[in-house]
Design a protein around this ligand. Structure first.
Ligand SMILES: [Zn+2]
Length: 82
């Protein structure tokens, strides 16, 4: 079970896709999965899916590539709990 504490998830996602997305984001936590950018404290990160349904976890610059944005959060180092 993976819980990611973000402070501001709206709404709290708990369907199958969102669980998949959480798992994906956990694996890639801290880096944009599109350009590899390393998030700095309190920068906004975007979570969602691309046009073929693959999970994406991206920076502000790459956010337009999201076909299906799910949520945003302020990046905080060590804000996750395994
Ligand atoms: Zn990026």
């Amino acid at each position: 079970m993976i819980t990611i504490e973000t402070g501001r998830l709206a709404p709290e996602p708990n369907d199958k896709l969102s669980i998949e997305l959480k798992r994906f984001a956990f694996e890639h936590y801290g880096n944009c999965t599109k350009c590899g950018y390393q998030f700095k404290e309190l920068e906004v990160s975007h979570w969602g899916f691309d046009s073929i349904g693959h999970p994406m976890y991206v920076c502000e610059d790459c956010a337009p590539y999201l076909a299906e944005p799910v949520w945003r959060e302020c990046f905080m180092a060590h804000s996750y709990i395994l």
